[in-house]
Design a binder for this molecule. Structure first.
Ligand SMILES: Nc1ncnc2c1ncn2[C@@H]1O[C@H](COP(=O)(O)OP(=O)(O)OP(=O)(O)O)[C@@H](O)[C@H]1O
Length: 364
């Protein structure tokens, strides 16, 4: 399995202005992305936004209506070429693993090695199986393995032919919550060792942040934002982008005199955050809202209280805000119906975005 990968450069994948129509529906609208070589790129977006379709286009299972796919600089789909999936040197791993139940682990992994001389297949499959730590289970059938082990067989099978690019569609979604994190981190170990250019599709923001070197946020068939996980978390381009990565409280306001004037007071904002007089949002991740001592902060009333184990989640109604703020409190928390005071702490969880649709120029 990809044992020779560290010696040669990892593959490159470029999607250039890909559009895809099914009948009259535009599913993908001029989507472009460059997957960094040897790294993990995550396609994140809600169900139905076109992630799987994009992956299928990269693999060659689906043809784009417009745009080009380039692997190692060669056009494999586009106006001048269409290379069949089996000739793209792309590995695919499906959500349900698609293992053959009647074949052993060894036979499943060797299945995709038809291009190799028969004598080599066994050794290459054995290396791939060893690479995912399953050597002792090589003669078992999928039905005799746990979900996590089956996932590793699928990974070994996808990597065995030493593809240039690995495409994974929701590779962890079939696993129990408890198992998912372990399998995720062992998968990442294998991918890093193989140094293979990988694209992973997920709808789970926590997973995207945990595994992605590069994140591409998709919404309704378009790229909303692309960058590192840290970038997207700290500097979302819109309220939708902020919400795609984690829960946020969205507080409306207007940029004025170096700050955003909101019902929680005027919060100092960097000058690039929004033009003077423009409408915007203060996006607050729950960790930056705190209970404040009497005489400081903004008054609010607790309208709901949910126990979450290590913390308590309070829903706090604040005058001037259309919906309650959600505030995570550790330790002793006040009760429903009580009046409290809230403060906005400094920190990365405090984000400003200008909102063109709410700015005065965009109104009637
Ligand atoms: N072959 C097809 N013919 C017609 N419509 C299709 C076809 N394949 C996908 N679609 C539609 O395209 C849209 C995007 O589907 P896609 O599977 O790419 O989304 P997704 O983001 O991967 O969603 P999920 O996370 O639910 O898998 C959906 O509305 C889907 O019904």
């Amino acid at each position: 399995m990809a044992s020779d990968a560290p010696q040669r450069a990892a593959g490159t994948l470029r999607l250039d202005a890909i559009s895809c129509r099914f009948g009259s529906r535009l599913i993908l609208d001029t989507v472009s992305l460059d997957a960094p070589s040897g790294r993990v790129t995550v396609l994140l977006g809600p169900s139905g936004c076109g992630k799987t379709t994009l992956l299928r286009i990269a693999a060659g299972i689906e043809r784009p209506s417009a745009g080009r796919v380039l692997i190692d600089g060669e056009e494999v789909a586009g106006p001048s070429a269409f290379v069949l999936p089996e000739h793209r040197r792309v590995g695919l791993m499906f959500q349900d693993y698609a293992l053959f139940p009647h074949l052993t682990v060894r036979e499943n992994v060797a299945f995709g090695l038809g291009a190799l001389p028969r004598a080599e297949r066994g050794a290459v499959a054995a290396r791939a199986i060893e690479g995912v730590g399953l050597a002792r289970l090589a003669d078992k059938r999928p039905g005799q393995l746990s979900g996590g082990e089956q996932q590793r067989v699928a990974l070994a099978r996808a990597l065995a032919p030493s593809p240039r690019i690995l495409l994974m569609d929701e590779p962890f979604s079939n696993l129990d919550r408890g198992l998912r994190e372990d399998v995720r981190s062992s998968t990442l170990d294998v991918l890093r060792r193989a140094a293979i250019t990988t694209i992973v599709v997920t709808h789970d923001p926590e997973e995207a942040l945990a595994i992605g070197d590069h994140l591409v946020l998709l919404g309704e068939g378009r790229v909303i934002q692309a960058g590192s996980a840290q970038d997207l978390y700290a500097r979302p381009v819109s309220l939708a982008a902020a919400r795609a990565l984690s829960e946020v409280n969205a507080v409306p306001g207007r940029f004025s005199n170096g700050g955003l004037a909101t019902p929680l007071g005027t919060i100092p904002a960097p000058s690039a955050a929004g033009a003077e007089g423009a409408d915007g949002w203060l996006c607050l991740r729950p960790e930056v809202l705190r209970l404040a001592p009497a005489g400081s902060g903004t008054e609010g009333r607790i309208v709901a209280k949910t126990f979450r184990g290590a913390s308590v989640l309070l829903s706090v109604a604040v005058k001037g805000l259309p919906s309650p703020l959600r505030v995570a409190v550790e330790g002793q928390a006040p009760d429903e119906g009580e009046t409290i005071r809230l403060a906005v702490a400094d920190g990365a969880g405090r984000i400003f975005v200008q909102d063109a649709s709410r700015s005065p120029a965009a109104k009637d």
